[in-house]
Design a protein. Structure first.
Length: 331
C-alpha cells in the first residue's frame, strides 16, 4: 500500500479516463442499486471487467466485501500497473479478484453474488451465447440479487460500429457495403495489428436491440426494475431512414436494472422512492456523457493495449477474441 493517503478525490487523479472509470462509473452503479442493496459489504461480479478499474473503485471506495472481475481478454493484467500509476497503489486490495475466463463461462461454478454488473460488454457477447450467458448470470445471483446492464453504443446507432474514432461518419456501417467500410478502416489505421484488432471487434458485435435485450433478460428469469434510454438527436440520413426504423437507429444507450425473481417476489421488496428519484436525477443525467467520454478514449486505450501485445507470442500466433475498446471496460 502507498505511504501517503490514496488520492480518493477526483481532483487528485489527472487522467480523465481513469478518473471516470474509478469514480463516475462505480457511483452510477451504486446510485442505481442503492434503493435495493448496499454496495458496502456486498459480493459483486463485474462481468467483462476489462482492466478492472471500476471493480477496483467498488472494492476500495465502495467497500464491497468482495469484487470479482472476469474477462475473456488479457486486460485484467493492466489493473495493477494502472493502479500504481494513477493511485500510487503498490498492491491490489484483498477484496478484489480479477480472473481471465473462457467465453460463456465464469471463474468457477459455485460463487453467488448480490450484484452482477456489465458496462458496455453485452453487445460483444457472441450471439449464440447471449441467452446462456444471461441464464448463467441469473443462476449466480442470490435470491432477489441484482443485475445491472449498460450498453452503448447500440449497434444500429450512429456510432454503433465502435469504429467512429477511426471512421467519423455517423451510421457509416449501415450506409456502406462491408468491404468498403472495412477499406475505410484499413486506410485509417497506421499499424496492421491495430487494424486486425478493430476489425475483429467490429465483426463480433452481436447487433442486439433494446426489445431483444429486454426479452432476453426476462426470458432468463429476471424482473426488470428500472430502465433508462439515451436517444441521439442527429438527423438520420434519408438512405438509413428508408431501411431502418428511426427509433432503432436513434437509440444509442440502454441501462437496465433487473432482479432475479418473479414480479410478485420483487414486489414484496420495499422500495426507497426518494433514493430512486435521487438516483434518476444524478445517474441518468451523467450516464450518456460518461459513455461519450469512453468512446473518445477508445483509440488511446486500444493503441496502448496493442503496443503491449504486439510483441507477445500469443498475439503473433493466435487470434483469440480480443476486446480492445475500453469499457470501463470499457469506459
Amino acid at each position: 500500500m502507498p505511504d501517503r493517503p490514496l488520492p480518493f478525490t477526483p481532483s487528485d487523479i489527472e487522467d480523465p479516463i481513469y478518473r471516470t472509470k474509478f469514480f463516475d462509473l462505480p457511483d452510477i452503479i451504486t446510485q442505481w442499486t442503492a434503493p435495493y442493496i448496499e454496495v458496502e459489504g456486498a459480493q459483486i461480479l463485474d462481468f467483462g471487467c476489462g482492466e478492472g478499474t471500476t471493480a477496483l473503485g467498488l472494492a476500495l471506495r465502495g467497500h464491497a466485501r468482495r469484487v470479482v472481475g472476469v474477462d475473456i481478454g488479457p486486460d485484467p493484467d493492466l489493473c495493477a500497473p494502472y493502479a500504481r500509476q494513477h493511485l500510487d497503489l503498490d498492491t491490489l486490495p484483498i477484496n478484489l479478484e480479477l480472473k481471465r475466463v473462457e467465453a460463456g463461462r465464469l471463474h468457477n461454478d459455485v460463487d453467488q453474488f448480490d450484484l452482477i454488473y456489465s458496462w458496455s460488454v453485452i453487445e460483444h457477447v457472441r450471439e449464440d451465447l447471449l441467452d446462456p450467458t444471461l441464464t448463467l448470470l441469473h443462476d449466480r445471483l442470490r435470491d432477489t440479487g441484482l443485475l445491472f446492464i449498460q450498453i452503448a453504443p447500440l449497434y444500429y446507432s450512429s456510432e454503433g460500429s465502435h469504429l467512429f474514432h477511426k471512421i467519423p461518419e455517423r451510421w457509416g456501417h449501415l450506409r456502406h457495403q462491408h468491404s468498403e467500410y472495412i477499406a475505410k478502416l484499413r486506410n485509417a489505421c497506421d499499424r496492421d495489428a491495430e487494424y486486425r484488432a478493430l476489425v475483429e471487434t467490429y465483426e463480433t458485435l452481436n447487433r442486439i436491440t433494446v426489445p431483444q435485450l429486454l426479452a432476453a433478460i426476462r426470458g432468463a428469469g429476471f424482473t426488470i426494475l428500472r430502465e433508462h434510454y439515451g436517444e441521439e438527436d442527429f438527423e438520420v440520413p434519408s438512405d438509413v431512414a428508408a431501411v431502418y426504423d428511426p427509433a432503432v437507429v436513434r437509440m444509442a444507450q440502454v441501462v437496465i436494472l433487473a432482479r432475479r425473481g418473479t414480479a410478485s417476489e420483487c414486489a414484496e421488496m420495499p422500495l426507497a422512492e426518494a433514493q430512486i428519484a435521487e438516483a434518476d436525477i444524478t445517474a441518468d443525467a451523467t450516464a450518456l456523457e460518461v459513455e461519450v467520454q469512453r468512446l473518445r478514449a477508445d483509440l488511446d486505450q486500444s493503441e496502448a493495449r496493442i503496443r503491449a501485445m504486439e510483441n507477445s507470442t500469443t498475439w503473433r500466433l493466435a487470434a483469440p477474441f480480443r476486446r480492445l475498446l475500453g469499457s470501463r471496460r470499457r469506459l
